[in-house]
Design a protein around this ligand. Structure first.
Ligand code: ADP
Ligand code: ZN
Length: 218
């Protein structure tokens, strides 16, 4: 099964896809995680992306499309894949169509995570991420057992550079302008299903399974 998970920053794309990796046994492809790794490793791409990400703007389609193409080509995607944070523009969606067509894949389902803006800001300002394994925690809803320490691997939790209020506001504007049009784009293709994302991860996974069953997606 090849899935796209859409939704505003903070809607829970990372949280849902992490949970689904375990359920479905297919890889999650997060362009945000890939970019953060490039930044951490100080690669030429990372050096370029760092400032763009800190502002909450989008990295150029050309760079992201190339990154995505190389990732989807890898062998582990043959059993299916989940896209988190890609596509984010119509150009990226059209490129994705080309890439999947070339590889003989098709997108089976696009999930749109729906959540109020108020909850988004609350989630993002309280988000903490593990430096080592990327695990997601939240100070107000799903905090780690020991403060500042990852439950999964014992790594140190930190606040992402773009999870401050000014950048969050900018990310939400960018989302409304560049990414929201994808909802209509995929609805027209008959691929879009909305999923309420204001509850916990267990509810989201349950709702996801129901969608997959109802639509008979393999
Ligand atoms: P969120 O969905 O919470 O905003 P992500 O981890 O998906 O976070 O993305 C963080 C940042 O990485 C974005 O604000 C943007 O600068 C960059 N980025 C990630 N994915 C893309 C993409 N598909 N196209 C352009 N920029 C991207
Ligand atoms: Zn960890």
């Amino acid at each position: 099964m090849n899935i796209i998970i859409l939704g505003a920053p903070g809607a829970g794309k990372g949280t849902l896809s992490d949970a689904l990796v375990k359920e479905l046994g297919i890889p999650k492809i997060s362009t945000g995680d890939m970019l953060r790794k490039e930044v951490k490793d100080c690669t030429p791409l990372g050096l370029k992306a760092k400032e763009i990400m800190a502002r909450g703007a989008l990295v150029s389609d050309q760079i992201i499309n190339e990154l995505l193409r190389n990732r989807v080509k890898q062998n582990d995607c043959k059993k299916g894949f989940m896209l988190d944070g890609f596509p984010r523009t119509i150009n990226q969606a059209e490129e994705l169509f080309k890439i999947t067509e070339e590889l003989g894949y098709k997108i089976d389902l696009v999930i749109d995570l729906v959540v109020s803006e108020e909850l988004i800001v609350k989630r993002l300002t309280n988000r903490r991420v593990c430096r080592k394994c990327g695990g997601n925690f939240n100070l107000f809803s799903s905090h780690s057992k020991k403060p500042g320490i990852c439950d999964f691997c014992g790594g140190e939790l930190y606040q992402r550079a773009d999870d401050n209020e000014a950048t969050i506001r900018n990310r939400l504007q960018v989302y409304a302008k560049d990414t929201q049009p994808l909802i209509n784009y995929y609805a027209k293709k008959g691929l879009l299903t909305e999923l309420a994302a204001d509850n916990g991860v267990l509810e989201m996974v349950k709702a996801f399974k129901k969608i997959v069953m109802e639509q008979k997606i393999k």
